[in-house]
Write a new protein. Structure first.
Length: 186
């Protein structure tokens, strides 16, 4: 009986949250480089003009400009600001990569019909084309790798009972094993 396993809502939320977190970190780095560090440097420069002996004047200036009365603990040089841009760029790249992966995977399906299994890519793989099923992690982790030979090309795909609906994945595995046995007999 044909079965169909769709990506679970938990998997979709988890990967989307990772993308949002990484993009949020990127935004934080850019915010520091564009606003926080230069603003802190402005306060640092003004505080250096007053020094410790003119602390009351510093407090009056800070209050007038709505600054914190506590002076910044360091001056951020150009290298530190560029560092924020570099980290922000790397995190933005990673966040976009994770988001693209999530977007590409969120609607994938593993399914079977009477004579084949369909990989997450949508490719139909007849049971007779399957070379082996590596189930060494199936019982412990719910992971199996299906190796196949189709049109003279070797390929593989992963069956993952965390990413896809667990009950359906076990039905697909049973059908896959039945189909392999029938293909070997026939």
């Amino acid at each position: 009986m044909p079965a169909e396993a769709r990506v679970t809502a938990v998997w979709k939320r988890q990967k989307l949250m990772v993308a949002i977190l990484v993009l949020g970190m990127s935004a934080w780095f850019f915010f520091d480089g564009v606003y926080t560090y230069p603003h802190s440097n402005e306060r640092w420069t003004e505080f250096q003009k007053f020094g410790e002996k003119r602390h009351a004047e510093w407090l009056a200036l800070a209050e007038g400009r709505h600054w914190s009365p506590t002076p910044p603990h360091e001056f951020y040089g150009p290298g530190k600001i560029k560092e924020q841009y570099a980290f922000g760029g790397v995190m933005a790249f990673l966040g976009v990569c994770v988001l693209a992966y999530w977007f590409g995977q969120r609607k994938t399906v593993v399914r079977t019909d009477a004579g084949a299994v369909y990989a997450p890519s949508g490719k139909r793989i007849p049971f007779a084309a399957i070379v082996s099923v590596d189930k060494k992690n199936w019982e412990l982790k719910g992971l199996a790798t299906v190796h196949y030979q189709l049109d003279g090309r070797a390929g593989k795909f992963v069956m993952d009972d965390y990413k896809y609906n667990r009950k359906a994945m076990y039905c697909i595995m049973a059908e896959l094993e039945e189909g392999l046995a029938a293909a070997k007999r026939g």
